[in-house]
Design a protein around this ligand. Structure first.
Ligand code: MSP
Length: 651
């Protein structure tokens, strides 16, 4: 029976377009999966989308859609992108899939029943784009330490997961499984930055927005997105569902491949949740580096995104896959540059691979009418090339056991480069001129076989060219397995070859770079203009005539009682209030000084827009807005027509 191999990418935020940095994780996992499949493993490759959370909810409002409409559109684009890059996954999970939502609810029920959840009030700093909570001391210059963006102080009733309880067991697991967090440097980072300062219990439910999975035992709360998202790795396999065959077969995961910034979720929170559920832990979490652009992480918000559609359209799928897999040193960051992309295409794909294939086909045509000759006696030089080919499979297996695709590709390229050198060394045109048909036949056969061996080994990494080459050489594609390269000589003599279009044309580097630089400049200008427009039209403005009930429900209106009121110095129009809204007291600045005196408002009930982004007015942070009825002559505060409990929702 073949050994199973369960590999996952993180599930992608369904909050916008993906850039080639995102494609990096998926392409690596695809190459590993294809390699393992060819190496006899029963592989299950999972990817999908992370669709809940406040960020998605806000994006949907900005786009004038319901959250579900919004994610449906984004997910369909993401699926198209994976198709474009020839990603061969076994399952695509969406966190809005019914089975996932129900299972996450069951997971939360299980945690509650086991005593791993408790209710408390949460106060902390929240970064909406990262969907992460931070303590005061973790902030960097008062901003999110991961993305550098603004954080907001949140206080709400929440359920907590007893993460602290699992600290010792986690450390023990790391010690006993030194490969669990890879590369090793990331393990030290986790221990020094998170474990040593002491793990705190984790807030795992939210009440301040609705776009999430509700708790069955307290439906005011939705599940914290990271708990929802991490669970995908087991819900996708059928955990706690009627058909859990895949779960029994594939869990625990052999590899969670993730970018370095999300290692902490996968190596602390995820294993602790699994311990609480009494499930075996994944064998490895690999934190790969980032693809950088101009020294920074590519990111949509920094508008330095490199669009995979454009690149695939211009250079082809194989060039993109090859570049991502070959160029970025595995485990470390790598910088994207147009120069290196073009150089890689020219150096490796056009000069070494494409050139070898075309020269060989042309010589076969010229000397043998396109038919592959049978080999004769071998020389020492031939034996050296054969030995190199016969070692290639083992070398690649060794490299891929370390997940080192760049090295495996470099070894394959070495064989192709050796074949090019072999042509120079054996000089087939001289053999032809001298009428040495036997030697010429051997040389041509060996060249075809070297190409075949390298081509077999290239299949997991680039997916179009090997197929084209097999076809041109008349090689039956379904027989080009790893076993077929163990022994040199799998090419069948007397096979008719056919002409093929150039695999990779040589690109004029200088001209292309000029074109790309201009293209990037235009893109940057467009992005700048878009940004300016956005500034004119503040974020969260819903630019539509109608909103849906879901959109309306995202605006939190609450009744508050004015505790204090005073004039703001040097500001004729402004009054500063402290308003009691349920458990909390907020400072709110309002432009109603011309219509009310502070004294008459103390003790009054008002309606507060409670989830408005705080804004500074005359240096005072206003944490909300008071609703008013306005016309040309008057501004009147809106209030409930009879006294109600402050904090009551208005809807
Ligand atoms: N939704 C979470 C993951 C939840 S998994 C339970 C998430 N999504 S993401 O869309 O932001 O990122 C998906 C993957 O893309 C991550 O592995 C991330 O590291 C990777 N990349 C995003 N930008 C990248 C680069 N610039 N370079 C390399 N990989 C990068 O995180």
């Amino acid at each position: 029976m073949s050994k199973k191999y369960y590999i996952t990418t993180p599930i992608y935020y369904a909050s916008g377009d993906l850039h080639i940095g995102h494609c990096y994780t998926t392409v690596i996992c695809d190459a590993i999966s294809r390699f393992k499949r060819m190496n006899g493993y029963d592989v299950f490759y999972l990817t999908g989308t992370d669709e809940h959370g406040q960020k998605v909810e806000q994006k949907a409002i900005q786009a004038g859609k319901t959250p579900k409409q919004y994610v449906d559109d984004v997910v369909s684009k993401i699926k198209d992108l994976w198709k474009l890059l020839d990603i061969q996954y076994d399952k695509f999970i969406r966190t809005t899939d019914d089975y996932h939502e129900k299972t996450v609810q069951k997971i939360m029920e299980k945690l509650l029943a086991n005593g791993d959840l408790y209710k408390d009030a949460y106060e902390g700093w929240y970064c909406t784009p990262c969907e992460s909570f931070w303590t005061e001391s973790q902030l960097k210059d008062g901003k999110c330490p991961d993305c550098g963006r603004e954080v907001k102080l949140m206080k709400e009733e929440s359920y907590f997961f007893r993460l602290s309880k699992y600290q010792d067991r986690l450390v023990k697991y790391y010690e006993e499984n030194p490969e669990f967090i890879s590369p090793k440097s990331r393990m030290n980072e986790m221990i020094n930055n998170f474990i040593k300062p002491g793990l705190k219990d984790l807030c795992v439910s939210r009440t301040s927005f609705k776009w999430g999975i509700p708790l069955t035992f307290d439906d005011k709360h939705v599940v914290y997105v990271w708990v929802d998202a991490l669970s995908n790795y087991i819900t996708a396999l059928g955990y706690l569902q009627d058909n859990d065959e895949n779960f029994k077969k594939y869990w625990p995961a052999d590899l969670h491949m993730v970018g370095k910034e999300i290692v902490r979720f996968h190596t602390i929170i995820w294993p602790a949740l699994l311990m609480a559920l009494d499930l075996p832990l994944p064998k490895q979490v690999y934190g790969h580096g980032w693809l950088l652009l101009g020294g920074d992480k590519m990111s949509k918000s920094k508008t330095n995104v490199v669009d995979p559609h454009f690149l695939v359209d211009r250079y082809g799928i194989d060039a993109m896959r090859y570049y991502l897999l070959r160029e970025i040193p595995f485990g470390s960051d790598g910088t994207y540059t147009n120069e290196m992309l073009i150089k890689r295409i020219n150096m490796d794909l056009a000069n070494i691979y494409g050139n070898l294939v075309h020269r060989t086909l042309a010589m076969l045509e010229k000397y043998y009418g396109g038919v592959i000759p049978a080999p004769g006696a071998s020389t020492e030089l031939d034996e050296e090339c054969k030995a190199m080919c016969e070692k290639l499979l083992d070398k690649c297996i060794e490299d891929m056991d370390k997940l080192d695709a760049p090295r495996a590709l470099s070894n394959i390229m070495d064989v192709l480069a050796r074949a090019n050198k072999y042509i120079e060394e054996t000089s087939p045109w001289t053999l032809d001129k001298n009428g040495d048909r036997e030697r010429l036949g051997t040389v041509m056969y060996n060249l075809c076989e070297m190409i075949r061996v390298a081509n077999v080994m290239l299949q997991p990494y680039i997916t179009e060219s090997p197929k084209k080459v097999f076809e041109a050489f008349g090689t039956p594609a379904d027989k080009q397995t790893f076993e077929s390269v163990v022994k040199f000589g799998g090419t069948i003599p007397n096979t008719q070859t056919t002409k093929m279009a150039p695999l990779f044309g040589r690109i004029d580097e200088a001209k292309e770079i000029e074109f790309l630089n201009k293209y990037s400049e235009d893109l940057a200008k467009k992005a700048e203009k878009k940004e300016e427009k956005k500034m004119e039209q503040p974020e969260n403005t819903v630019n539509i005539n109608e909103i849906t009930i879901d959109q309306f429900m995202t605006i939190k209106l609450k009744v508050g009682e004015i505790l204090t009121a005073e004039k703001v110095e040097n500001a004729d129009k402004l009054l500063k209030f402290s308003v009691k809204v349920g458990e909390e007291t907020r400072t709110i600045v309002s432009g109603i000084a011309k219509y009310y005196t502070p004294e008459e408002l103390i003790g009054q009930q008002v309606v507060v827009v409670a989830n408005l982004k705080p804004a500074k007015l005359r240096g005072i942070e206003s944490q909300g807005m008071l609703l008013c009825a306005c016309n040309d002559e008057d501004i009147v505060l809106v209030a409930p027509i009879k006294r109600v409990k402050d904090g009551s929702e208005v809807r």
